[in-house]
Design a binder for this molecule. Structure first.
Ligand code: PNS
Length: 164
């Protein structure tokens, strides 16, 4: 029996990039449904996009997969959120080696908190290996071209934010 038909894909998604999109689509080859779970941290939130903007952008990107991909926000511990949703699977993407230590620590901590929760790592697609939300924001804020790195709706929102 499968351990779970629902996977939780947590992150900041500020904003969602094509690397995230690729990961969601590949996750759907293994799991029936994915919740793109956007962490809300009102105390130290220095995000470019509001929580609602981030949720809306994700839902727009996956409009044709509605029913299988849902965007939602959560507060508090990820392990508690996953339990409330009835999932035992967390998906995270791994890019370069530099991601490993942080991801390893989080996976171990989450496992310690809830031993039934498994973190599944997927390698990011090669064309997204060097992309991150942070770099996309920095390049876009300085007038650089990030087309091809983010979905079209996100590109439009970035252009709106950094209109000069
Ligand atoms: O995209 P990010 O910023 O790398 O995602 C990090 C995220 C949101 C997955 C992580 O910070 C998280 O799970 N936050 C929720 C609070 C929590 O459970 N913290 C303990 C993690 S071991």
């Amino acid at each position: 029996m499968a351990i779970s038909d629902l996977a939780i894909y947590p992150g900041s998604f500020d904003p969602i990039t094509n690397g995230h999109v690729d990961l969601v689509k590949r996750t759907l080859r293994v799991f029936d449904k994915v919740i793109v779970a956007i962490a809300s941290n009102p105390d130290k939130d220095r995000s470019l996009f509001s929580l609602q903007e981030r949720i809306d952008m994700v839902n727009e990107v996956f409009a044709d997969l509605r029913g299988r991909v849902t965007a939602a926000s959560f507060q508090g511990l990820l392990v508690d959120y996953a339990e409330r949703k009835g999932s035992t699977v967390v998906i995270r993407g791994l890019r370069a080696i530099s991601d490993f230590e942080y991801e390893f620590q989080m996976a171990m901590m989450n496992h310690r908190l809830k031993p039934k929760l498994e973190t599944f790592f997927m390698m990011t697609g090669e064309s997204e290996f060097y992309t991150s939300s942070r770099l996309v924001k920095e390049v876009a804020s300085l007038g650089g071209d990030v087309s091809g790195l983010v979905p079209d709706n996100v590109l439009a929102k970035l252009r709106e934010k950094f209109k000069r």
